[in-house]
Design a protein around this ligand. Structure first.
Ligand code: ATP
Ligand code: MG
Length: 262
């Protein structure tokens, strides 16, 4: 059975796709067979992996075609990492799904038949739509990236309200794996204050923060993962804290996930 992790936040530009792609490639590099599923019609997962966007998500969830997952995955060209790509055909898919009963279960059902992936990462769009709900229904775990700025606590609360709603109405079991602070800037008081505020509200659920790092934007533009573009960059390895220990970064987040999510 795969461990399914949804990366979601209804706010735009908070680092969801960067997190999804980095975690997926990080897990793949540690020898875990991993699938990343793009649920956003922007098709950014393919961009960030240096691939063309594609219609496989719409084919996978098309209520008439109902193609098996094995026919809708393609290799990312990286060992252990396959992709279900998305593109603008996902817009029509959402319209087609919206008329159906049990539409929110379509993704869970499709992924149930996927074979041999240890981890499946779901990259959600910045909206609360049928695919957002479908991701929370399909996932075992939720990671909520949140930019450290005013309003981040409220954004995560809104997401947890939609998670509770999914639990209540559809009797599913997706649990919060963590709130992931992104764009962390140690030198600005604002970032620090917002991080403390998140910890006050969400306590042990707050994951190691991801430093703001221009290499991240450069990597995504170049269609390379951070491990390929800048393996020693701050977004991966963190920043030195006062005691000299590395603080934050995606590598620490991956370590934590491998310990906790099984
Ligand atoms: N830690 C970071 N430091 C600097 N830039 C970052 C960081 N994380 C992401 N970015 C950049 O910010 C932009 C938005 O990131 P990303 O696409 O991951 O966000 P998103 O939440 O998926 O956006 P959307 O809501 O549109 O799907 C991208 O250009 C990305 O390279
Ligand atoms: Mg995105």
């Amino acid at each position: 059975m795969s461990v399914i992790i949804a990366i979601a936040n209804q706010k735009g530009g908070v680092g969801k796709t960067t997190t999804a792609v980095t975690l997926a490639h990080g897990l793949a590099l540690r020898g875990k067979r991993t699938l990343i599923v793009d649920l956003d019609s922007q098709g950014n997962v393919a961009d960030y992996l240096g691939m063309e966007s594609g219609p496989e998500l719409a084919r996978l969830l098309n209520p008439v075609l109902a193609e098996p997952v094995a026919k809708c995955t393609i290799s990312s060209g990286r060992e252990n990492l396959d992709v279900v790509r998305s593109d603008k055909t996902t817009v029509a898919l959402k319209t087609a799904l919206s008329g159906l009963d049990f539409r929110e279960f379509a993704l869970a059902e499709a992924l149930d038949k996927s074979d041999g992936y240890e981890y499946i990462i779901l990259d959600c769009a910045p909206s609360v739509d049928v695919l957002h709900t479908a991701a929370l229904v399909a996932a075992d775990w939720l990671i909520a990236p949140t930019q450290l700025s005013q309003g981040s606590v409220k954004g995560v609360r809104d997401l947890l309200v939609s998670l509770a709603d999914v639990h209540r109405k559809r009797r599913t079991v997706c649990q919060l794996a963590g709130v992931l602070p992104t764009f962390y800037d140690r030198v600005t008081g604002e970032s620090q204050g917002q991080l403390e505020n998140l910890v006050k509200n969400f306590r042990r659920f707050v994951l190691p923060p991801i430093p703001a790092d221009t290499k991240t934007r450069e990597a995504s533009r170049a269609g390379k993962t951070l491990f390929e573009y800048a393996p020693t960059c701050r977004a991966l390895v963190g920043v030195a804290s006062n005691g000299g220990r590395a603080e934050g970064g995606y590598n620490q987040v991956i370590d934590r996930l491998l310990e906790v999510l099984r």
